[in-house]
Design a protein around this ligand. Sequence first.
Ligand code: SF4
Length: 351
Amino acid sequence: MAAMHLEDNVVNRQLRPDEPKYKLWHSAGLMLTYWCSSRCACCYVFSGPEAGHGETEMSIDFAAECWRELSRLAGPRAKIHLTGGEPFGDFDRLEQILQRGCEENPGTLEKIETNAYWCDGENSTRDILGRLKAAGLTKLQISTDIYHQEYVPMERVRLCARLAEEILGRENVQIRWQDFFADPVLVGQISEADKRKAFQDTLQKRGERLLGRAAVELAGLFPLRPYRDFAEINCAKNMIASQHVHIDGGGHVFPGTCIGIIISNLLVPKRLRLDELWRNFDYRQHRIMARLAEAGPCGLLDEAIKRGYRPLPGYAGKCHLCFDIRRFLYQTGDYGNELGPGICYGHMENN
Ligand code: SF4
């Protein structure tokens, strides 16, 4: 597999040798769906049982093409993970995508991520894991934390972990997070006030990226700071150097984990190959990414205020500030090619 080189990108060709280059994407998360069995407070989009089933569901062919195009772009460094939402919601599709991707691009699968909601019986779980192993699964990541366990019984996570370790090998099962798995804190039956306190204790130990539902539900549990406190921060690392993208079924390509910022769309208005997108992408022409790379989320404020945005009294962090401004700008309708789709900002239509 031949990979592209940094100088193949249109911006990099124009830069002096000492200037930072737009990094090559070698890892991609394919978001097969926005549907999820749960509605976790930590979700960085607005996944849930009502989401999905629309234009943002990823087809088998499109997933296989993206997988191939990443391999063309990154060569032997290419790594794909399959995620959602919750990718086990449509198991046949997941299995077929996995099989095609692994057959056509050997050695490029990083992992599949799941919340283990589907592990409701020993035989069925064993059967599903066995089928995935036969299709090429090498590593499974199981999400387990205070937020996921509001919805998914802990026994399902334990069953999934035990059988996955047996079938795939212990070293091929990633439990995220191991400390919670060993000593879970369950908030399903407790009062709202106690739940809030438990979330707060958890957030002190481990922060969350406050985008999507997490920005809405968790930001208020942090000490809030005025936007001026974030004025010196830029996001050049996330916008230029992340080497990682997420792609959803609607064709939207997002930089790293900054979901909701659309680099471009691979399907609309016409099919665009991922490797060609990277080759021709000039982040300096992208109204959102250029400002974020240069001046961080405060760089978006002038445009937002001009359109009627009123800053909040405080923000929990730079990503909370970024999300709040972006959500406002998305709602103006003036950034349709650069911000979206709606489900990243709490709008459920067509998702
Ligand atoms: S502030 Fe915005 S661009 Fe920067 S890392 Fe957070 S979400 Fe990404």
